[in-house]
Design a protein around this ligand. Structure first.
Ligand SMILES: Cc1cc2nc3c(=O)[nH]c(=O)nc-3n(C[C@H](O)[C@H](O)[C@H](O)COP(=O)(O)O)c2cc1C
Ligand code: SF4
Length: 498
């Protein structure tokens, strides 16, 4: 992963540990009710793909156990990982793309409800993504993938050569000469693997995305409702289709690109179709980027404008992330795919402990606060979730007290210690296992290996009930916390309207 040149080391700290009474009076452990969003506390576990599903995209035993462990920590909300809405093979990505998935997902919801004793609202993040190929061997690219065009022939002076001769000649050229003949997309396909973009409107399936996506998202959302989820999170963030529609780099000329109002059109149409399918009493929100963190990408003023439109349309929450784009991803090895968290924008999405002067903690707070202010200035109170480097009570509470957000997301801190908020609420904050922001977990994610945390994946491996990763060396879920069942309050102690 890309790292800032400064490489300053940052160490997370537990901070001030509140007593149980102080925690009970805090904003973090206060309720939030806004439409169908009913959180018993303002802690939120954002979507994290742990690669626990199978090639069929099913909610396997490992998927159930993974989320059961988070649910034992009783967060206000738990968002299930990015889940595919197209019924096509997607590797071990969880899917909600057909009615046959409903029973398995229903078992997942039941598992979470039982484990959290009904304290946690359960949402599922639904995603669409475009096709991306692995980086090819150069030989194979020229032999099989490159479409030979009159432009190549003209540049080579090869008007009457056979196609095989053009391919063989190109394959034998040094890279600089190849680059001079190939256009930018062909060169990218050779160097990185071909990647579709929403602007490829010469391809019928890309041109027709505005016609196909509302239906795909809304039927997936209806399945989520049938499975018993409390709501869906529309994935409008990072490197995926909907984020690409919102992006300042979207130049489609069919009314779905260019100006902000056009770029937000499909995200709003998808939302409207989803709302129509699930009704008003089911939570529908989205996750999108407070900043794209790429050259020519959306800035916070774009995101604030979109946030107001999402609020105006009636979304029940807005959750922010940042970066995570293909545009600045590192070149993958031959046979691997580009990964959108390897460049500077990837660092902004999941910053690690080697950082610049600002450090890895709270990089998304100021832009998220700007978005929230814009939403309020427009007369809406849609709850805003802010995530990124949050790892202790003080930090989370300050974000809420300063009204920078309404709900605090903790991804890696929840992975490091799924009980961190529960321990804190009980006055046992000293027992929290702090995330070290090394990104060991993110490295596993990048290789599509079962994600675990280095702070716990080697402990008590010999216990008979412990399920191990396919490498046989790591446990798949965090060890249980022995005090987890002791003296838990039945409901969160105070009630506050959002
Ligand atoms: C292993 C892993 C998988 C992730 N998968 C997703 C995902 O499916 N959807 C998503 O919106 N973000 C995903 N993220 C990003 C997190 O939700 C979060 O935005 C990011 O880790 C920064 O928050 P943190 O500092 O609290 O970890 C993932 C992060 C990690 C570490
Ligand atoms: S492996 Fe664990 S400690 Fe390291 S960044 Fe991931 S969650 Fe944090």
């Amino acid at each position: 992963m890309w790292k800032p040149a400064q490489r300053i080391k940052f160490h997370p700290a537990t901070g001030r540990v509140p007593t149980r009474e102080e925690a009970a009076r805090s904003r973090l452990f206060s309720r939030l009710r806004a439409g169908p969003l009913h959180l018993q506390q303002r802690t939120w576990v954002p979507a994290m793909v742990p690669w626990r599903s199978n090639e069929e995209g099913e909610a396997t035993v490992d998927v159930l156990q993974w989320y059961e462990r988070f649910a034992r920590g009783r967060p206000g909300a738990l968002v299930i990982e990015a889940t595919g809405i197209r019924d096509v093979p997607s590797g071990p990505l969880l899917r909600i793309s057909h009615d046959r998935y409903v029973d398995g997902l229903s078992a997942l919801v039941d598992t979470i409800r039982r484990a959290s004793d009904g304290h946690t609202q359960v949402f599922i993040q639904i995603i669409d993504f475009l096709n991306i190929r692995r980086r090819p061997e150069a030989e194979k690219y020229f032999q099989r993938f490159l479409r030979v065009t009159p432009r190549h022939r003209a540049l080579l002076g090869a008007a009457d050569w056979s196609e095989d001769a053009v391919r063989a000649h190109l394959a034998g050229l040094p890279p600089a000469a190849q680059q001079a003949i190939l256009d930018a997309r062909e060169w990218e396909a050779l160097q990185f693997g071909a990647r579709e973009r929403v602007t490829d409107t010469d391809l019928p399936h890309i041109r027709e995305l505005p016609q196909t996506l509302p239906g795909l998202f809304s039927t997936a959302a209806a399945r989520a409702r049938a499975a018993g989820f409390d709501g869906v999170e529309l994935h409008y963030a990072h490197a995926y289709t909907m984020a690409s529609f919102l992006s300042a780099t979207n130049t489609r000329d069919d009314g779905y690109g260019g100006e902000r109002a056009n770029r937000v059109r499909l995200p709003l149409e998808v939302y409207a179709a989803v709302r129509q399918a699930v009704g008003r009493d089911f939570v529908v929100g989205c996750r999108y980027l407070a900043e794209e963190c790429i050259d020519g990408g959306n800035q916070v003023d774009d995101a604030a404008w979109f946030g107001v439109e999402f609020a105006r349309a009636g979304m029940d929450f807005i959750s922010t992330s940042r970066g995570g784009k293909f545009d600045d991803a590192k070149q993958p090895g031959i046979g691997s795919s580009a990964y959108p968290y390897t460049g500077r924008s990837g660092y902004e999405c999941m910053p690690q402990y080697l950082s610049d002067e600002f450090g890895p903690f709270g990089r998304n707070i100021a832009p998220t606060a700007t978005i929230r202010r814009a939403i309020h200035a427009a007369g809406f109170t849609t709850p805003v979730v802010c995530t990124g480097g949050v790892h202790n009570f003080d930090m989370a509470e300050a974000m809420l007290v300063r009204e920078e957000c309404d709900i605090v997301g903790t991804a890696r801190q929840s992975l490091a210690d799924p009980d961190w908020a529960l321990k804190t609420s009980l006055g046992l904050g000293r027992e929290v296992r702090l995330c070290e922001y090394t990104n060991y977990c993110e490295g596993l994610d990048q290789k599509h290996k079962q994600v675990t945390c280095q702070l716990w994946d080697r402990s008590e491996l010999e216990e008979p009930a412990v399920r191990l990763a396919s490498d046989g060396k790591r446990r798949l879920v965090a060890p249980p916390w022995s005090a987890a069942t002791a003296d838990l309050p039945a409901v969160a102690p105070s009630a506050t309207q959002a």
